[in-house]
Design a protein around this ligand. Sequence first.
Ligand code: RIB
Ligand code: CA
Length: 346
Amino acid sequence: MTTPILMDVDTGIDDSLALLYLLANPEAEIVGITCTAGNVPARQVAINNLAWLDLCKAPEIEVALGSEVPVLAPLMTTEETHGPQGIGYAELPAPTRALSSRHAVEVWADAARSRPGEVVGLVTGPLTNLALALRIEPELPRLLKRLVIMGGAFNHPGNTTPTTEWNIAVDPESAKIVFDAFSGLPEDRRPIVCALDVTETIEMRPVHLSRLAETAGSTPVETVREEDADGQLSQTSNPIVRYLTDAVKFYLEFHVSHDQGFLAHMHDPFAAAIALHPELGTLRQATVDVELAGSLTRAQTVADWAGLWGREPNAAIVVDTDPAAFFDHLIELVGAFARKTYPPTS
Ligand code: RIB
Ligand code: CA
């Protein structure tokens, strides 16, 4: 049994690893990739996904361009976090496969309508495309099997302002539209929210990249070091491992520059794993709403855990997980996939 997944992304270094994870996972059927502005402009996001699909010798998967701007907020991007093209130091070969002629919202609506109750929506970027898709298909919350969102911060500091997380901060109006529209669903259909509270426990370190190279049979098995020259590129033999290492190295350096250590928070691949196996996280029901007017707190996601607002819960928030088990799972799958795609030369 495979799970059909529609990915909506702002690729992005961790979005890239989420894509590799789903391509590597036989339980996942990627039914489409829709691109929104976020880490980098939407057109660059689309190029990144086409290029990764080419590199991974992936089957034809529709990649559609979505909104290039939030529904109201001025666009902000973060090349300082994800690199000038959004994939760190990686310079992937230019893609040969073509971008879909359809808009992302058409892809969302058709995917849900064509397979009612089957498709899991996974959003690892701002919620702009989904908010717009709800305008043409208000039944999306009931047509999707489940929605998984990487976004928000609840009992945890923000990464964009003191109280806000990037995906929500880019387009808070769209986030509110989505949480409001997905209210009223039964408990087992409520959006699963992977917020910073848990995704910042998913700390990728150099050793994880070394283990990935070993699993892939890539040589040499390198250890990315903090003292390496910025921009020093990987020489390991397996192209998927090599370009991923180049991407993640930029992210490791970003986290060091923000006093978080030589590590990389892998928010999006964790959300992708939850999309396939929600049991990987401990879920807690809450009513979530998004602050739009706060002068200091605009885009803050607020969770009412105790029903103080008198509103039914509309979200299942991941409150705990096992990061080590997640990385074992990720490395095993992506490493084997890299090895199968580019077998080691004897
Ligand atoms: O706040 C982290 C999230 O914002 C991740 O999805 C990252 O890729 C960026 O989109
Ligand atoms: Ca992302």
